[in-house]
Design a protein around this ligand. Structure first.
Ligand SMILES: Nc1ncnc2c1ncn2[C@@H]1O[C@H](COP(=O)(O)OP(=O)(O)O)[C@@H](O)[C@H]1O
Ligand SMILES: CC(C)(COP(=O)(O)O)[C@@H](O)C(=O)NCCC(=O)O
Ligand SMILES: [K+]
Length: 244
């Protein structure tokens, strides 16, 4: 059994895998990392590997204490990935984006793939059918947009995510909801439309904390899977074992 842990900039997500089957999911905050991992290890005593992808401020050392219980693998740029990395700055590419690209390559062979991860930031990653990772885009996520409007103005309140009543916001809060939610939806659809102009055929995977909220609002057809990063982490680890 594998325990996959994804340390994002907002939350930590984890999942227990038996082969390719996801057995249980967990979500927790940074300062509860230790307690939560300990509880998972207690509950699943057949866990043999702990695989971590971190873009947050949690480093390898935080996981070393678990080496008494199971093998710990902290994903890094030095690992083996199933794609050719064409990023001009491969060492600064987020390890989460590399894992997503890896999952897309392994799960959807011989086709172009666009992965959209709607987390703290929304990232776009494109891997062509010849398994070249080309790059993509980074833009603020939904919660970050609400927070930025509040933090960098004098008069705008901090609102929580809510469906806009329509296109035209006729109050401060309705204007913010329209701007943030409709804005990101149009942005994602706009990106997809532009990719479609350049690449005739590609699969689109949407993942991250805002997957469900966004999926139903997009005009384009996408494959929505909130667990795509965790699944990709488990698959990338198994790929590494086979190819080491
Ligand atoms: N309980 C929650 N706490 C924080 N954000 C949440 C929660 N539920 C859903 N979200 C949404 O998830 C997004 C963050 O996604 P997530 O994938 O967890 O980020 P990251 O991987 O960067 O930590 C936010 O934009 C927010 O709207
Ligand atoms: C873009 C990110 C901040 C996204 O993080 P997340 O929203 O998943 O928390 C992360 O992938 C990162 O730190 N990337 C490094 C820069 C790059 O990918 O080029
Ligand atoms: K992201």
């Amino acid at each position: 059994m594998i325990l996959a842990v994804d340390v994002g900039n907002t939350r930590i997500k984890a999942a227990v895998f038996e082969g390719d089957i996801l057995v249980e999911n967990f979500v927790f905050v940074k300062n509860e990392l230790r307690k939560n991992i300990q509880n998972i290890l207690k509950k699943y005593n057949k866990l043999a590997d702990l695989v971590i992808s971190s873009v947050g401020d949690i480093e390898k050392q935080s996981f070393l204490e678990f080496e008494n219980d199971l093998k710990v693998h902290f994903m890094s740029h030095e690992d083996i990935f199933p794609f050719v990395n064409c990023y001009a700055t491969p060492k600064t590419l987020g390890i989460d984006r590399m894992v997503l690209a890896s999952g897309a390559t392994l799960q959807f062979p011989n086709q172009n793939r666009l992965v959209i991860d709607a987390g703290t930031c929304v990232t776009f990653d494109f891997i062509d059918k010849d398994n070249n990772y080309l790059g993509g885009a980074i833009t603020p996520g939904l919660r970050l947009r609400y927070e930025s409007l509040h933090n960098y103005t004098a008069k705008l309140p901090l609102l929580t995510l809510q469906s806009p009543k329509g296109l035209i916001g006729n109050s401060t809060s309705d204007s913010i909801h329209s701007g943030v939610v409709n804005g990101l939806v149009y942005e994602i659809d706009g990106f997809i439309d532009e990719y479609s102009r350049q690449y005739s055929n590609f699969i689109i995977i949407l993942t991250g904390g805002d997957t469900e909220f966004l999926a139903k609002r997009l005009k384009n057809t996408i494959f929505a899977n909130s667990n795509f990063l965790l699944e990709s982490l488990s698959q990338t680890f198994q790929y590494k074992i086979k190819n080491d």
